[in-house]
Design a protein around this ligand. Structure first.
Ligand code: AHR
Length: 498
């Protein structure tokens, strides 16, 4: 230890723990507010640059962040969505009221074909959520047939008549959403039986192999996990977990931008609850599935604040600050560290809703601080999590002041993401990279005051910047790296073995 103010941080690339499934970096797009309509989908006649209605600037940004998977069409919307209303010629598509989200008219102009087109444009995996709450077994079964059946069948023929010859490569399919709440208010036992029945008819056509996601628990509802695993683990591939970071109460969640330092720490404390939940749900799953075949899919997570003043309360539009970026860094490090069980996660949501990566205002768009976190973490995708630990102190509620994770890619390159959650106290890090000589090939930081944000007038006020302050020295056993970690900062370091 060279100076007593430095924090020791050890990374051991030779100790590999588990594969970090790229789907941990997934996102969620619901028919809610301005996520789909007036978000990603502006329609092909829009003056905004688009390809078949999808905004080019947003598609480009999502490619840049390497978005691996996108969940659709909900959320609560999924359990009242009838997919046949969203196919065929536009003028014939039924209009409905989106009862969950603002009571607006849903004209079904964005449906199954448009969703797959969007995923193809982004280059990401589609993840479709079926309707158990108000849909029939037949309806769900026919949707899967429509999407994945090649050759001749009633639904494959209907798809072809609607202009799509080939089946789509759909892998991920969820059998209901929040069926303990908006998806039907079911008991765990009742849903477990429903799941067993519905999933029977989610068929694999040809070479298609569907990964079936069962509705899992809300937050710390450990009983739900226990019942689902006991009754249905044999036919579940993934079990979802939904946990939002709510700082106050559901009635008074607080402003996304106007908060005290005490509220900043309270938000981190609530976000850190994810660690306990993942650990505890995973422990229950271990009892029924010690081989960890069934993935815990955290398919809704993120901050949930009061909507921006003057906006529709049903649209869940909130701004996004460095506080959100720190929440994202904390959660992504938790998911990486538990990647032996967490096989996927989808932050809520993609655009203009909750902890969004992108905000739009007419033709203007901005990347939020949360976007930059995802962009910085992208080289963890499909890497191997390796042993790492920082000698960090704790903030209130046991939140580690410094959170980190490290991975190795197929070529042996090391990615480290390390964040100082403290609002005002900087750290100096003395990092030990064991097992040889590594050269630093990339260093970026996202660093600002806790309230800092991007606006449509200043869209790049907060963004990742190149960092030049890291220094490497070598000894016979490894590499020593020293760098500064200012308050409220995320740093990405990438190393190549030499
Ligand atoms: O993401 C917003 C909503 O939160 C989703 O529709 C629902 O699944 C959850 O309660």
């Amino acid at each position: 230890m060279k100076g007593d103010r430095s924090m020791r941080y050890i990374v051991q690339p030779e100790i590999r723990i588990s594969r970090i499934n790229r789907n941990i970096y997934g996102n969620f797009s619901e028919h809610l507010g301005r996520c789909i309509y007036n978000g990603i989908f502006v329609g092909k006649d829009s003056p905004i640059d688009n390809v078949r209605g999808m905004r080019c600037d947003i598609v480009e940004a999502l490619k840049q962040a390497k978005l691996p998977i996108l969940r659709w069409p909900g959320g609560c919307f999924a359990d009242e969505y009838h997919w046949k209303d969203g196919i065929g010629p536009l003028p014939t598509r039924k209009k409905m009221i989106n009862t969950h989200w603002g009571g607006v008219v849903e004209d079904n102009s964005f449906g199954t074909h448009e969703f797959f087109d969007l995923c193809e444009q982004i280059g990401c995996e589609p993840y479709v959520n079926g309707n158990v709450g108000s849909g029939s077994v037949q309806e769900m079964s026919e949707w899967v047939e429509y999407m994945t059946m090649d050759g001749t069948s009633p639904m494959a023929d209907l798809r072809k008549a609607n202009g799509r010859e080939q089946a789509w490569p759909l892998k991920y399919f969820a059998v209901g959403n929040e069926n303990w709440g908006c998806g039907g208010n079911m008991t765990a036992e009742f849903y477990a039986n429903q799941y067993r029945r519905y999933q029977t008819f989610v068929r694999n056509y040809g070479a298609s192999r569907i990964y079936k996601v069962a509705c899992g628990p809300s937050d710390a509802d450990y009983r739900w996990t226990d019942v689902l695993m006991r009754e249905a683990a044999h036919c579940i591939d993934g079990l979802s977990l939904h946990h939002y970071t709510v700082t106050g109460t559901w009635a008074h969640k607080g402003s996304a931008t106007d908060f005290t330092e005490a509220e900043y720490y309270k938000t981190l404390e609530r976000a850190w609850d994810m660690e306990t939940m993942v650990r505890t749900h995973a422990g229950i799953m271990d009892r029924y599935d010690p081989a960890r075949r069934v993935g815990l899919i955290v398919d809704e997570w993120g901050t949930w604040f009061d909507v921006e003043p003057g906006t529709n309360p049903g649209f869940l539009y909130q701004q996004n600050t460095m506080r959100d970026a720190m929440v994202a860094a904390l959660n992504l490090n938790i998911f990486n560290k538990h990647s032996d069980r967490v096989h996927g996660a989808n932050i809520a949501q993609l655009i203009n809703v909750l902890q969004a990566l992108i905000l739009t205002d007419g033709e203007k768009m901005l990347k939020t601080p949360t976007y930059h976190v995802f962009e910085m973490y992208k080289t963890h995708q499909d890497g191997d999590l390796v042993q790492s630990a920082a000698a960090t102190g704790k903030l209130e509620g046991g939140v580690p002041q410094v959170t980190e994770s490290a991975s190795v890619d197929a070529e042996g390159n090391v990615t480290v993401t390390i964040a100082n959650m403290h609002a005002s106290k900087a750290e100096k890090i003395e990092m030990r990279l064991d097992g040889g000589r590594y050269e630093l090939v990339e260093a970026h930081t996202l660093s600002d005051e806790i309230h800092a944000l991007n606006t449509f007038d200043e869209p790049d006020a907060v963004c990742a910047k190149r960092y030049t302050g890291a220094a490497c020295t070598y000894d016979a056993m490894g590499t020593e790296v020293t760098f500064d970690l200012p308050a409220c900062t995320l740093t990405l370091l990438r190393f190549r073995k030499v």
